[in-house]
Design a protein around this ligand. Structure first.
Ligand SMILES: O=C(O)C1=C[C@@H](OP(=O)(O)O)[C@@H](O)[C@H](O)C1
Ligand SMILES: C=C(OP(=O)(O)O)C(=O)O
Length: 444
């Protein structure tokens, strides 16, 4: 597990980035593949699973609750599920490492099983709010004892039968939505989640794909998701597309290093995930999609990107949730753009692996960018294509996206941008360093 042995590193670009690369599998789909397969009766096969620490934490938890999970030599994962309602009492605490998604979705699954479970996590995860899932899961009948502020470590007692609820999401969070939908799977009757702001819809798509009775109605922009419980899930063969949140790093790197020409193959472009690429195009980024196709019910394409002169913009607030994890690297792009970028509506960034508004503001200033921090976002005055001064060390604070964003910033800086610890990158993007060096980046 990272954290114990820091790996400092700085990156630079001696010339244009060139080549075609594939990023690892989508983290959100990988977590859900393991969880839903573990609840199906029979063998599911998953190709392209993200083998990052966060997803491996989910795999370990599902094994501890009775699923059989193995990785074949062909790197396909085989999961023998226990059936909805069949999860077993884990013998020890469930160790979630750095992963908010694992924690919140598993709390949902356990809520409707007669299971008592303790969740623990690393220093970053132990600061993150769990009240947002505790609230609806308590309405369904589960009980919780938490550390101060509704944080980890926490112990929960699930209940069977649980009570179906109608729940309006007070925060735009796919994790909260998914926690309720997963709890609903083993709850008799219809559970409803009302989602005023659309968030990633992998849970809905995959639950349907596994055979659950789930429908989505629209009331204007509001989505009303209904799921009937006591579902019987059928095993699936899942092909996980590349993660757009990981593709964001080589894409922004290629935009910022003049003369670059990079293709990132096989990237998932579900509309609830892909807003970053639209925003980068609005900024003048030369980005096109090739070989557009559908894989496993998700739109997928190869992203072709060329070095571009970017201009600052006001980022759209309607699509914040569809690029929520991509803002740190977007801020780096904005720091090199011509003119001002105003990014608002980002209060959720403050409760990710780090406070991504404060940490990006501080780090970008340290390498010479002009940044003003707002309660809900940043104002960035870009260099107009000039390299940033660089010459600072950035604390990654157990946040993979901070580490990778400043790795990209290093490629567009005169002096070294040292990241104090690249180890957290293994949570979502193992192979990041090799991929960037294959494109022509150098470790300084
Ligand atoms: O459901 C998911 O897989 C995720 C939802 C998002 O979190 P929130 O639901 O907290 O916004 C995102 O930041 C996270 O990386 C993955
Ligand atoms: C917020 C993230 O993940 P999680 O909430 O699963 O820790 C992320 O990957 O940027």
């Amino acid at each position: 597990m990272h954290g114990s042995n820091p790996t400092p590193m700085a990156f630079r670009a001696p010339g244009p980035l060139k080549g075609a690369v594939a990023v690892p599998g989508d983290k959100s789909i990988s977590h859900r593949s393991l969880m839903l397969s573990a609840l199906a009766v029979g063998e599911s096969v998953v190709e392209g699973l993200l083998e990052g620490e966060d997803v491996l934490a989910t795999a370990a938890a599902m094994r501890a609750m009775g699923a059989q999970i193995t990785r074949g030599e062909d790197s396909r994962w085989h999961i023998y599920g226990v059936g909805v309602g069949g999860l077993l009492q884990p013998e020890t605490a469930i160790e979630m490492g750095n992963s908010g998604t694992s924690t919140r979705l598993l709390m949902g699954l356990i809520a409707s099983h007669p299971i008592t479970a303790t969740f623990t996590g690393d220093a970053s995860l132990s600061k993150r709010p769990m009240g947002r899932v505790i609230e609806p899961l308590s309405l369904m009948g589960a009980e919780f004892t938490t550390s101060p502020g509704g944080r980890l470590p926490l112990t929960m007692r699930g209940i069977n039968p649980a009570v179906p609820i109608e729940y309006r999401l007070p925060v735009a969070s796919a994790q909260v939505k998914s926690a309720v939908l997963l709890a609903a799977l083993n709850t008799a009757g219809v559970t409803r989640v009302i989602e005023p702001v659309p968030t990633r819809d992998h849970s809905e798509r995959m639950l349907k794909g596994f055979g659950a009775e789930l429908s989505v109605e629209l009331d204007g922009a509001t989505r009303i998701i209904s799921i009937r419980g006591e579902a019987e899930l059928k095993p699936q063969h899942i092909v996980v597309p590349g993660d757009p949140s990981s593709a964001a790093f080589p894409v922004v790197a290629a935009l910022l290093v003049p003369g670059s020409e990079v293709t990132v193959t096989n990237v998932g472009l579900n509309p609830t995930r892909a807003a970053l690429f639209d925003v980068l195009r609005m900024m003048g980024g030369d980005i096109s999609f090739a070989n557009e196709r559908e894989v496993g019910g998700e739109p997928v394409a190869d992203i072709v990107v060329r070095g571009s002169a970017l201009k600052g913009i006001e980022t759209p607030v309607e699509t914040v949730a569809s690029m929520v994890d991509e803002y740190p690297v977007l801020f780096v792009a904005a720091a090199l753009a011509e003119g001002r970028t105003v990014a608002r509506g980002l209060e959720e960034l403050r409760v990710k692996e780090s406070d991504r508004i404060a940490v990006m503001a501080e780090g970008l200033r340290a390498i010479g960018a002009r940044v003003e921090e707002l309660e809900d976002g940043l104002i960035i005055d870009g260099t107009g294509g000039e390299k940033l001064p660089g010459g600072a060390t950035i604390a990654a604070r157990l946040d993979h996206r901070i580490a990778m964003s400043f790795a990209v910033a290093g490629l567009a800086s005169k002096g070294d941008v040292m990241i104090d610890d690249m180890a957290p990158v293994a949570t979502s993007f193992p192979g990041f360093v090799n991929l960037m060096t294959a494109l022509g980046a150098e470790i300084a």
